[in-house]
Design a protein around this ligand. Sequence first.
Ligand SMILES: *[C@@H]1O[C@H](CO)[C@@H](O)[C@H](O)[C@H]1NC(C)=O
Length: 488
Amino acid sequence: ILLVRWYNTFKMKHLFIALSALCVAIVSAADDVLVLTDSNFDAEIVKHSIILMEFYAPWCGHCKKLAPEYDIAATKLKRNDPPIRIGKVDCTENTATCSKFGVSGYPTLKLFADGKLSKDYDGPRQADGIVKYMQKAASPAAVLIETAAAHDKLLQKSSSVVVVGYFTDKAKATAFENVAKTLRDDYKFAYTTSDDVMDAAGEKDTVKMYRPQAMANKFEESTMVIAGEPTVDGYRTFLNENALGRCGLLTTDNYGKFKKPLVILAGSDVDYVKNIKGSNYWRNRVVKFGKEFKEQLTFGIANKDGIVGLLPESGLPEDVSPVVVIVDAQDRKYVMPNAFSSKDNFVAFLTSYTNGELSPFIKSEEPPADNDGPVTVVTGKTFDEIVMDESKDVLIEFYAPWCGHCKSLEPKWNELGEKMKDNNDIVIAKIDATANDSPSQFQVSGFPTIYFAPKGNKQNPVKYQGGREVADFSKYLKENASKGKSEL
Ligand SMILES: *[C@@H]1O[C@H](CO)[C@@H](O)[C@H](O)[C@H]1NC(C)=O
């Protein structure tokens, strides 16, 4: 008996050890996330030069999804050298802190630097992404240059604009670093306080902007002095106006920095790493040929595959490379129909644009030659003529060829068209919305979407929300068509 009891105790003990080991493992992973409350928030936040805080609610689905990623990131960041911490606040229990920071949805993530709110976190939500983001945020906003060799290397290899401060006065360097903290996501900053570096660079108590060396050209200086005391507004304005130069390298990331109307030259061989010479060949021509338009238009050069989504998906001239597209402030696009081979073609295109003679590109199928069926077929090109005709009431279906609900609607839509065929005031129409553009007042969010575009009020079409039987449509038209009940 004694032996059995001893054996049982032995088993229990092992089970207990195993269980507690398991608990420790679970707790330690989650533990790396700092848990802050109303009572310790302020005291804890000032301890970290940089810290990410998640404001969450235990019931929130997105928070639960983030939790395992956040835990992993916390562990990795805690092991970083030096350690970087991330934390969380349960807003259902710590309402004072959460309302102080205006938290209105969950999860909300905010970055705190030196004890103060720095900015909203807009980075990735996967562990690795969070880690990378925080490592960058924790690195100095302005790189300290200590040797002349490091100075040259930095400028030689940079593929983006670098702003370098040369300071004999430490206080000036601090002001510069503060500006860099705010603008670091958009531009690269570096500075030096070393006499050797300043002697080698031939600069003293100046701040200079360097454009990438690969983009040097004879039409503009590669460097510019930024005058005046460092301020966020002053630097931002200066850099936004000058960093890109006469024809900047355009990517999906920096697209927003280019003023509109913007002339884009996009070629498959534009590549400032692998084909600097070829890229500059095109770029120099854009600058030279477009010289007379530089006050009215902005110019950019891009790799065609690097700006997918910014160019029209179709309708670019075939066998023409590079292509030229103008984007205006309303995001309308104008495509140069011929090759960028001569100054004449380019200047003629820019002249027509600035004279307001061009029509924007509209995605469209070819309109059908025979359009006498019960349902009128509309395309991008014929939308104005058919749907925007102020003398007709138009009921139009926006469909997608692959959509099942659209297919079931088709016989009913045809029947309705047949019914209204002899009515000269009403048009029953359809458009393949995947292949044709339509004006922005027709918001298509799912398929099919049906709009009623009444006579004399084409700027305010009404989304049809009723039933999908022929009787429903007829009733709708009876009540809502301009001519009214009596005549239908
Ligand atoms: C007529 O249009 C209005 C406004 O869109 C709508 O509420 C109403 O249901 C329509 N009439 C019928 C019979 O569908």
